[in-house]
Design a protein around this ligand. Structure first.
Ligand code: FAD
Ligand code: NAD
Length: 470
């Protein structure tokens, strides 16, 4: 009979996603003896079934749609080609190759920095002990005793009880590894995942209908910002049903939906992607035995990611919104440093959010409405890509950059943008806020020409009353 083996470490991390693996790397760099336990795949949701594979699929779909538009003879560029064909298995394998490379890299980076990665499902015994079934040397249980326990268990997809996953009802995980494309895909939820993947499927040639419960898509963003996305969806032939609630499947497998007037409709679909949010993963590993304070469904943490139990920490999606990979990574790095004895607090001036729709959307810091709600007097201005030469040369003049600054000292409080490739502008936005820049700082910085970034400078100039290209 196999024995329970016991080992000891300073820091034990449950979960090898972006939060957990970054904590492991940084703790290793700082000489903290660290073990990361991962039950599925190193890299977590982000690298395996989230950020990276979704962006790969979005890129493949964009390329396909671009060639298809040339083949349709509608390109003003004078390019014409034969209609493209898609070898879906090859596309999915290309995406899987990127995932393999990155997840392999995570294991290698942990090793290089002296942190140990243990494969297996961790179950909490107490605040200083975790058991991993089957991870002992003789195949028995491995008991790990630690000084610090870091919970980085991420999140799970939300399932609608009246539309459970299975058969034609899929989550983003299945949508990222299709074996064939549906003729008609219904997407339930017009948020991040629904719109990113819904748009990609449309570009791959599927009919797509988005069913959103709120009165507009991407309801977490301001309406002006999401308008170009809604317009583009309409142009691309994506049907968007807002203020519609989903009721379940009918006997013949159609989706039953209630419209805003209370009438019931049925929508035929080959596949239904449910993307109505994610919830912190707090079950399935005896977390409840610790009796930690919760904030809603998430673990409550302070500004050092400490939970209500001494030397038990939590980061990333399990610690609530915003459920974004870069926030999880920043918290992972911070916890490793605090555990090693450094003085750190998690107080970012802003956490950028990017939605990889077409066009892309970026939000950093305060919107005009946020600032007004906080009673801050602001100066705000936007610069349209319609007046930007680079946007014209990219055939994409939809959208704008908007800046929000404090009225009295012109300190920048927020940026919002919608347009082609604006995800790359998010870095300039967040740096300006983190470094306490003013409108004059941005207006006085030489921005290279011709770039989309010139719209950033022009938005600042316009807020100061002297934009040059409008
Ligand atoms: P996770 O990445 O979820 O990692 C947690 C890990 O813990 C998992 O690997 C899990 O197996 C493991 N685990 C849990 N419990 C145990 C246990 N008891 N024992 C052992 N292991 C355990 N965010 C962005 O910022 N940008 C994007 O573009 C983006 N796109 C996304 C697209 C999709 C389709 C999805 C689903 C998400 C996307 N996200 C994106 C969100 C992002 O993936 C998450 O915010 C991020 O992965 C959270 O990191 P984490 O370390 O907190 O958790
Ligand atoms: P989401 O919160 O972004 O969107 C869910 C949408 O579903 C909302 O618009 C909501 O109103 C709608 N909804 C809820 N219940 C519904 C119902 N019964 N019928 C119809 N609509 C309903 O959630 P998501 O798209 O599932 O993504 C989950 C999380 O993953 C995001 O919140 C984000 O944190 C992360 N993510 C980030 C990115 C990125 O950073 N680019 C991409 C994908 C996912």
């Amino acid at each position: 009979m196999s024995q329970t083996q016991t080992i000891e470490t300073q820091l034990l991390v449950i979960g090898g996603g972006p939060g957990g693996y970054i904590a492991g790397i940084r703790a290793g760099q700082l000489g903290v003896k660290t073990i990361v336990v991962e039950g599925v795949n190193a890299g977590g949701t982000c690298l395996n079934i989230g950020c990276i594979p979704s962006k790969a699929l979005i890129h493949a779909a964009e390329e396909f749609a671009k060639v298809a538009s040339y083949a349709a003879g509608t390109s003003p560029l004078g390019i014409s080609v034969q209609a493209p064909a898609l070898d879906l298995a090859k596309t999915v394998e290309w995406k899987a190759g990127i995932v393999r490379k990155l997840t392999g890299g995570v294991s290698a980076l942990l090793k290089k920095n002296g942190a140990q990665l243990i494969k297996g499902w961790a179950t909490i015994v107490d605040g200083k002990t975790v058991e991993v079934a089957g991870a002992g040397e003789d195949g028995g249980a491995l008991r790990i005793k630690c000084e610090h326990l870091l919970l980085a268990t991420g999140s799970d997809v939300v399932e609608l009880p009246f539309l459970p996953f299975g058969g034609k009802v899929i989550s983003s995980t299945e949508a990222l590894s299709p074996t064939s494309l549906p003729k008609h895909l219904i997407v339930v939820g017009g948020g991040y995942i629904g719109l990113e993947l819904g748009t990609a499927y449309r570009k791959l040639g599927c009919e797509v209908t988005v069913v959103e419960a709120q009165d507009r898509i991407l309801p977490a963003y301001d309406a002006e910002l999401t308008k170009p996305v809604a317009t583009h969806l309409q142009k691309a032939g994506v049907k968007v049903l807002v203020k519609h609630s989903v009721l379940g499947l009918s006997d013949n497998g159609a989706l039953r939906v209630r419209d805003p007037d209370g009438a019931e409709l049925t929508l035929d679909a080959d596949q239904i992607l449910v993307a109505v949010g994610r919830r912190p993963k707090t079950d399935g590993f005896n977390l409840e035995s610790l009796g930690l304070d919760l904030a809603g469904k998430a673990i409550r943490i302070d500004d050092q990611c400490k939970t209500s139990m001494r030397n038990v920490w939590a980061i990333g999606d399990v610690a609530g919104e915003p459920m974004l990979a870069h926030r999880a990574m920043a918290q992972g790095e911070l916890v490793a440093e605090v555990v090693s004895g450094k003085k750190r607090h998690f107080m970012p001036a802003a956490i950028p959010a990017v939605c990889f729709t077409d066009p892309e959307v970026v939000v950093v810091g305060l919107s005009p409405d946020d600032a007004k709600a906080q009673g801050i007097e602001i100066k705000t201005s936007m610069f349209p890509f319609a007046a930007n030469g680079r946007a014209m040369s990219l055939e994409s003049t939809d959208g704008f950059v908007r800046v929000v600054a404090r009225a009295n000292d012109h300190r920048i409080l927020g940026w919002q943008a919608v347009g082609v490739q604006v995800s790359e502008l998010s870095i300039a936005f967040v740096q300006s806020i983190e470094m306490g820049a003013t409108l004059e700082d941005i207006a006085g910085t030489i921005h290279p020409h011709p770039t989309l970034g010139e719209a950033v400078q022009e938005a600042a100039l316009r807020a100061l009353g002297h934009a040059l290209h409008i």
